[in-house]
Each structure stands twice: as C-alpha cells, then as structure tokens.
Design a binder for this molecule. Structure first.
Ligand code: GLA
Length: 327
C-alpha cells in the first residue's frame, strides 16, 4: 500500500464520519531502529531511520474534539491523539477543537513507531489548523510528554525524535543524553529489510516500564544519571549488582558500545562488521534484556542462514519486527 493511499483513506474516513470535507491534512512516517534498543532512556546513542510507511491525519475545526480511525477501539489510540492536543494546549498554543480522522500504513505494535507517527501526525494537523508552528525538536518533546502523561508509556525520546525529523535516506545518530543528532549516510550497497513476525505488543502492557525501572535501578545503584555512558573502567562493578539488574545493565553498556562501533563501521563501509554488530545486539536483547521472543529469534536465525550480513529485533520488543542487513 502506498503513502498516498493512506492520505485518501484518511480523507474518505473523515467524510464518512463527520459529513464534511477536512480543512487540513498532515502525515508522519514510521521508523526502524537499526541498532541501539532500550538505551535511549539510559542516555545512550541510537541509530534509527524513517521508513516509507506513513500515518495520515485529516482534520477540521469542530465544536468538540472527536477522532475516528481505521483501528479497532481496543487499541486505546485516542489517548495518544487527545493527549497530543492536550499537551499542545498546555504549551499555550491556540489549538482549536478538532474533528480528526486517522489512516495508517504503519502497523500497530510492530516496533515501527506507530505511536510516535500518530502523535506527530496529529500534532502537525493541529498546528496547521491553529496556524502555529513548532520546530521538530519541540514537536518531538511535546509528543513524548503526551505519551508519558496520557498513554502511560514511559518511552524514551528516540521514536518521536526520529519521526519528527524523518528522512528516509539517512539514519540519525541521536545522543539521547544531550539530544544532539547527526545524519549517518548508509553505504549504497547496504540493503535494509524489515520482516514482521506478526506478533503484536502493546508497550502499555508493562514489560517496557519494568525494563526501564530495572535500568533506572542500575543507574541508582551505580550512582550515574545516564547508565549508557558508564565508563568502560567501571563495567566490572556491574557484576556486583543483583543478578537481573546486572543483566539489564550489561545490555545497556554493551549496546552503547555496539552503536558506536556500528556508526564507525558504516562510515568505513565495513558492512560485515556492521552486520555482526546487529547479530550481537539481538543476542543481548534476547539473553540479557529479555525482550525478544521465539518468533523473533527464529526470523533472525533464518535471515542469517539465508546469508544476511546481520539481523536483530527492532524497537521495544515483545513481538514486532526484525531488521535485516543485506549486501
Ligand atoms: C520504544 C520506545 C523508545 C525506545 C524503544 C526501545 O519504541 O518508544 O523510546 O525505548 O522502545 O529502543
């Protein structure tokens, strides 16, 4: 399905639900994280990039906020949409009441940032309706706040940042401790494939918050704000932590090292090394961080057996997609 399909579907849905034509349209792309999972909230560096699939929003001023989508009702997606409106208004922006219709080609719960795409698309539509503007950094931060406060997911900044700055040609190396980003061009011979396991997660289910709590506990015990930045000389201290907390911390510090090595490998055009780092990242998410699943492990093994450079689960885990690197 193409992005323009979702645009037309959002407009048609709007017409059916609200019996008039929408005044504004907006969209946001999904994202895939190449490497660096579960370290954004530990102040680490992540390497996501935009994907072609988009979420489209059609909207018009209304007497009260109302929203329809192609999704079924039990996804609680309205909390994300109305949460964004509430947080934009809390900034003092003159956001009118809105009727909103959403159509999306970003699969929900697949680790491709359907939530951030929804948030950013709704925010862009609301800003357009208000004649107001936010820069991509402000947009990312207000959408992350909406997810924390209204959807109850204590996410990091990676998804909203990547979606608000979307560029499907380059990856973004984002240092989440200082919110400093630079573009990383991908070697022309590298091909990135996304394979969907079909298993769906909801980050609200609690596994995500539990992992984040473990990482924060590790940071507290080690006396650091950004666990991902723990100097290598202090890594042996991790062994003295309670077993589960130590495993989480080990993932975080080694994943940060892998991201740095992966950026270096991409810049040197060393695709074999890049691929090996993806495979190591998957093993760490599976064995130390406990966020993979049998279906994801199988897809990674299959890809490697078919001759891929590397493969790993991507995003929050507990289902979703694997990202595969090919030459
Ligand atoms: C979800 C969150 C992100 C990040 C990833 C895991 O996508 O929204 O902030 O923590 O999981 O890397």
């Amino acid at each position: 399905m193409t992005a323009s399909d979702a645009d037309a579907r959002a407009a048609a849905l709007f017409g059916r639900a609200f019996a008039r034509a929408p005044e504004v349209h907006a969209f946001a792309n999904g994202r895939v994280n190449l490497i660096g999972d579960h370290i954004d909230y530990a102040g680490g560096t992540v390497l996501p990039m935009a994907i072609a699939a988009r979420t489209h929003v059609a909207a018009s001023c209304a007497e009260r906020d109302e929203a329809v989508s192609e999704w079924n009702e039990d996804l609680a997606w309205r909390r994300y949409a109305f949460g964004v409106l509430a947080e934009l208004r809390a900034l003092g922006l003159p956001i009118p009441r809105l009727s909103i219709a959403v159509a999306s080609d970003v699969p929900v719960g697949a680790g491709l940032s359907s939530s951030a795409a929804l948030e950013v698309a709704v925010a862009r539509a609301a800003l357009a309706a208000a004649g107001a503007e936010l820069n991509p950094r402000e947009l990312a931060i207000v959408c992350q706040r909406a997810e924390h406060l209204h959807a109850g997911v204590p996410c990091g900044i990676m998804d909203q940042w990547c979606v608000a700055h979307a560029d499907a040609r380059e990856a973004i190396a984002l240092e989440c401790d200082v919110l400093c980003a630079r573009a990383i061009a991908l070697p022309a011979e590298l091909r990135i494939e996304i394979v969907d396991s079909g298993v769906r997660h909801a980050l609200r289910d609690g596994g995500y918050a539990a992992r984040r709590a473990d990482v924060e506990e590790a940071g507290r015990l080690l006396g650091v704000t950004h666990l991902a930045r723990l100097p290598r000389a202090r890594w042996p201290e991790i062994d003295a932590l309670p077993v589960r907390i130590a495993r989480r911390a080990r993932h975080v510090v080694t994943e940060q090292a892998r991201v740095e090595a992966a950026i270096d490998a991409l810049q040197r055009g060393d695709l074999a090394r890049f691929g090996a780092l993806l495979a190591e990242s998957h093993a760490s998410l599976r064995d130390d961080f406990d966020v993979s699943m049998r279906e994801l492990d199988q897809l990674v093994e299959d890809a490697l057996a078919r001759g891929a450079l590397g493969a790993r689960m991507t995003g929050g885990g507990f289902g979703g997609c694997v990202v595969v690197a090919w030459q």
